[in-house]
Every structure is written in C-alpha cells, then in structure tokens.
Design a protein. Structure first.
Length: 74
C-alpha cells in the first residue's frame, strides 16, 4: 500500500517509499560513520535552533539523494 505524507506548511508531498529510503540512508550513514554525528553531550550543549537548522540541511540532502534514486516526489 502506497501512502503519501503532505506537510501542511510547505505543500511538499512525499511517498512512504521516499521517507523509508531517507531514513534508511540516514541509518546506513550513521552506522558507517558514527564519528560524523554529534554525541549526546554535544547535542545537549548546542542550541536547539542550530541543531534544527543543521538537521534540516542534512535531511534535505538525504531527500534529494533518495528522490533521485526512487523517482518519488519530493
């Protein structure tokens, strides 16, 4: 069953397959390169706004990568 998620704020529609691919890409990257990700202590010391911005940038790169490989809408 193919489902789609639409962000009410941005009007972006993502298929479940794209979201699965994005989270799989993130998990694979995390497992392969854990040192590139922040530790719990680093996250606790950083401001939420800067964490949110950096995570959004990473998420956008995963979205671009995954929508190119799955052909899904992003």
């Amino acid at each position: 069953m193919q489902t789609e998620t639409q962000s009410p704020d941005s009007g972006i529609t993502l298929s479940q397959a794209v979201l699965v691919a994005v989270f799989e890409a993130w998990e694979n990257d995390y497992r392969a390169n854990p040192a590139e990700f922040m530790t719990h202590e680093e996250m606790a010391a950083d401001a939420v706004a800067s964490l949110s911005e950096s995570r959004a940038i990473w998420f956008q790169s995963y979205l671009r990568q995954c929508t190119q490989t799955t052909g899904g809408a992003a």
